[in-house]
Design a protein. Structure first.
Length: 324
C-alpha cells in the first residue's frame, strides 16, 4: 500500500468509527503531517458529502510567520479543503515557550469551532508523536494516565494518524507533489521533544534492533484500555458514594488503591479543584486509607478536603460542580 493510501485509509476508518459533524476542521501547520491529513480528510469528506475547513494558527514567534501561515492556507485549499482560515494568537503564559504556544494554539482552535465542544478538529499527530509522548511521560514519572498517550478521539480533538508514521506522511506529500514546510523549531535542541526525536529514539532503535516507536504506541493503547476500564468502575463507585454532603468513605475503604484514587480524582476535579497533583491525591487518599483523626488537606484554589462523620467534604471558596 502506498503512503498516501495508508493516510487516506486511516482517516476513512476514523470518520467511519466516530460519526463526524457536517463540517470537519483540520489543524494545518504546513508540515508534512498536517498537509497529508488535510488532503486525506478532503478526499474522504468528498465521498461523504462533508464540508472541510483548514485552521492555520499563526503564533507570531518567528520572522515571516504570517507568510508561512498564508502558504499553509493556500496549500490546504490546493489539496481540496473547502475553506482555510488563519488564526492569529498571542503566545503568553507560564510553562515556557513550547507550553505557552501549545496552550494558545489549542485555545484558538477551540474558539474557531462553530459548534464548540460539539465540533471536531483533526490533528496530525502520528505514531512517532505517540511514542515521544509515552517516553516523556515515562521520564517524568507521570503515571499510567500519561503513559496511555493521546486518545484517537478526545472531543473536540481527533487524531486519525496515530497508527501512521511520520515517514508515511512525508511519503504521502511526495506522492502529491507537495513540498512541506520545515519548522526550524522541530530541529532546535532546546526543546525536550526535539532531543527525544533526534537523539533518544534513534539510540533506542539501534540498541533494541528497531520497532521501538511502534512498541511504545502499542503500550500506550494497552494502557489506555486499562485506564478507561478502571475509570468506568471508578465512575460507578462515585455514583454510589457521592452526593451533596460529600463522598461516603465507606464505599472507598475496601477498594484497591488504584480505584480509590481514581474515584477521589474524579470527585475532586468535578468539585472544582484544578492543578491536582499526585501528592495532593495521595494526601486526600490518606484521609481514607490511613485515617488517624488528622486534619484536612489544602488543595489548589484555597480548598480544603476534610473527613468528618464518615464523609469527605470540601470547604473554602464555594466549589463548583463541573465535569472532568
Amino acid at each position: 500500500m502506498s503512503a498516501l493510501a495508508a493516510v487516506r485509509r486511516a482517516v476513512r476508518e476514523f470518520l467511519t468509527t466516530h460519526a463526524p459533524p457536517p463540517e470537519v476542521c483540520v489543524a494545518v501547520s504546513g508540515g508534512a503531517d498536517s498537509l497529508a491529513l488535510a488532503e486525506a480528510t478532503a478526499y474522504v469528506a468528498r465521498h461523504r458529502k462533508l464540508r472541510t475547513r483548514a485552521l492555520i494558527v499563526d503564533h507570531g514567534l518567528q520572522d515571516g510567520s504570517a507568510e508561512v501561515a498564508a502558504r499553509a492556507a493556500a496549500a490546504a485549499k490546493e489539496l481540496g479543503v473547502d475553506e482555510a482560515e488563519i488564526l492569529t494568537v498571542d503566545v503568553t503564559g507560564k510553562g515556557g515557550p513550547e507550553a505557552a504556544a501549545r496552550a494558545a494554539r489549542y485555545h484558538a482552535l477551540r474558539e474557531a469551532l462553530p459548534g464548540g465542544e460539539e465540533g471536531l478538529v483533526l490533528l496530525g499527530h502520528t505514531l512517532d508523536d505517540q511514542a515521544e509522548t509515552v517516553l516523556l511521560g515515562l521520564g517524568r514519572g507521570s503515571g499510567p494516565r500519561s503513559l496511555a498517550g493521546m486518545r484517537p478521539l478526545d472531543p473536540p480533538w481527533g487524531r486519525p494518524l496515530l497508527g501512521v508514521t511520520r515517514e508515511q506522511t512525508r511519503g504521502a506529500c511526495a506522492e502529491l507533489g507537495v513540498e512541506p514546510w520545515q519548522d526550524p523549531h522541530n530541529a532546535d535542541p532546546r526543546f525536550t521533544r526535539v532531543r527525544l526525536r533526534a537523539e533518544v529514539l534513534p539510540l533506542l532503535e539501534e540498541v533494541l534492533a528497531g520497532g521501538v516507536a511502534a512498541a511504545l504506541a502499542r503500550t500506550a493503547a494497552q494502557l489506555r484500555d486499562d485506564t478507561e476500564a478502571l475509570d468506568t468502575v471508578a465512575d460507578r463507585i462515585l455514583t454510589r458514594g457521592g452526593g451533596p454532603g460529600g463522598l461516603d468513605v465507606t464505599v472507598l475503604e475496601g477498594e484497591p488503591a488504584a480505584l480509590r484514587r481514581r474515584v477521589l480524582r474524579r470527585w475532586l476535579l468535578g468539585s472544582g479543584v484544578r492543578e491536582l497533583t499526585d501528592a495532593h491525591l495521595r494526601s486526600v487518599d490518606a484521609l481514607v486509607a490511613r485515617w488517624r483523626g488528622q486534619g484536612g488537606v489544602w488543595l489548589p484554589g484555597n480548598l480544603e478536603a476534610r473527613r468528618c462523620r464518615g464523609r469527605l467534604s470540601l470547604s473554602g471558596p464555594e466549589p463548583t460542580t463541573r465535569g472532568e
